[in-house]
Design a protein around this ligand. Structure first.
Ligand SMILES: *[C@@H]1O[C@H](CO)[C@@H](O)[C@H](O)[C@H]1NC(C)=O
Ligand SMILES: *[C@@H]1O[C@H](CO)[C@@H](O)[C@H](O)[C@H]1NC(C)=O
Ligand SMILES: *[C@@H]1O[C@H](CO)[C@@H](O)[C@H](O)[C@H]1NC(C)=O
Ligand SMILES: *[C@@H]1O[C@H](CO)[C@@H](O)[C@H](O)[C@H]1NC(C)=O
Ligand SMILES: [Zn+2]
Length: 308
């Protein structure tokens, strides 16, 4: 079973990621021989096509403006779910919806389950990410990264290195807001600018996104779908980020993972490449779970394309 999964993953790589987007670095990836990269930061250009589309010449800072692009409609036919703020446990506006974070409700296209247990890393790229990339390269392991747009402006070469190494790259919004609290336009802006910076930096247009805090309801789903993005959430939360503030120990995190392994649990695990401590724990989790891990879109279908 495991062997056939591995075989399928290799075949899937050849069919969709490799044949359709073959570059010299893809050959390196297939051979597991990616050369070490310099991770020094260089700036992200603002290309002419984007300047024309957005009628500006720089990347937005905190609050990205919505850009009306040809053919994009984020109003008609979008559910008018009431806006609500982050994790208000008594907030019926949250609980009355098919909300992932409020009541663990998955939409028909949401990806959380998987035939196996696997890692995913959110909130990068950061200064901590290159150590993880180096480790994964040694282990010849592909993984999944959900990228914050503004982080790309600080660490563009790290995103490029993720792409060159063949890892899966998804969107994690521009500024990491709780999407159900935003207007349709602001949700769309958070997603469109992230798609653009990933495209400009890494040369791929993401097809999947992970909502920050798992904030996902039918309004967010519908807007994301109009923008070509399918949600990937999780089945197991490692709560690794709590180690950064010291309210959780690595042993607690690893014990949770061990209990999922003991129970033969499957599904996507949530981790973060936000800090050295979460990255170090992520390396240990990789060794516990083993080498056969999918990248996240493979949970739905081994031949699902990763990018548009
Ligand atoms: C483009 O932006 C400039 C100001 O930066 C504004 O004067 C102009 O009306 C805008 N054009 C369009 C088509 O929105
Ligand atoms: C991606 O970038 C290419 C240029 O490299 C551009 O032609 C295309 O419109 C971009 N697509 C998106 C969705 O950003
Ligand atoms: C964590 O677990 C390891 C191995 O099981 C053990 O040696 C170590 O003492 C534990 N650390 C803490 C702080 O509990
Ligand atoms: C996992 O199983 C091993 C072997 O049965 C056991 O020693 C260990 O305590 C279990 N760990 C957890 C966290 O359930
Ligand atoms: Zn996040």
């Amino acid at each position: 079973m495991i062997l056939s999964h591995q075989l399928f993953l290799v075949v899937a790589c050849f069919v969709q990621a490799c044949f359709s987007l073959m570059t010299p670095s893809d050959f390196e990836r297939i051979n597991g021989m990616l050369a070490p990269e310099a991770y020094s930061s260089t700036s992200v250009p603002f290309p002419a096509w984007l300047a024309q589309l957005a009628n500006r010449t720089d990347w937005p800072a905190a609050k990205p403006p919505f850009i009306q692009t040809p053919g994009l409609d984020i109003n008609s036919g979008i559910p008018s779910n009431p806006l609500h703020s982050l994790r208000l446990d008594q907030d019926m506006a949250c609980f009355s919806q098919c909300s992932f974070d409020c009541n663990n409700c998955l939409g028909p296209n949401d990806i959380a389950a998987c035939p196996q247990l696997l890692q995913t890393f959110d909130d990068g790229p950061t200064a901590a990410t290159p150590a993880l990339l180096d480790y994964l390269r040694q282990k010849r392991q592909l993984t999944s990264f959900f990228i914050i747009g503004t982080q790309v402006l600080s660490f563009p070469d790290t995103l490029r290195a993720e792409r060159r190494a063949g890892h899966f790259i998804g969107s994690h919004t521009w500024t990491h807001p709780y999407l159900p609290s935003l207007s349709n336009q602001d949700i769309a802006a958070e997603l469109q600018w992230t798609t653009w910076v990933i495209n400009v930096t890494a040369g791929v247009v993401p097809r999947y996104f992970r909502p920050p805090y798992g904030g996902l309801d039918d309004r967010v789903r519908a807007i994301a779908e109009r923008m070509g993005l399918t949600p990937i959430v999780w089945a197991h939360d490692t709560n690794d980020w709590q180690m950064v503030g010291g309210t959780r120990t690595e042993n607690q995190t690893l014990a949770d993972v061990q209990s999922w392994i003991n129970a033969s649990s499957t599904g996507i695990m949530l981790e973060h490449d936000q800090a050295p401590i979460t990255v170090n724990t992520g390396m240990k989790i990789r060794d516990m779970v083993g080498a056969q891990m999918y990248v996240a879109p493979a949970c739905k279908s081994l031949t699902a394309p990763w990018y548009n």
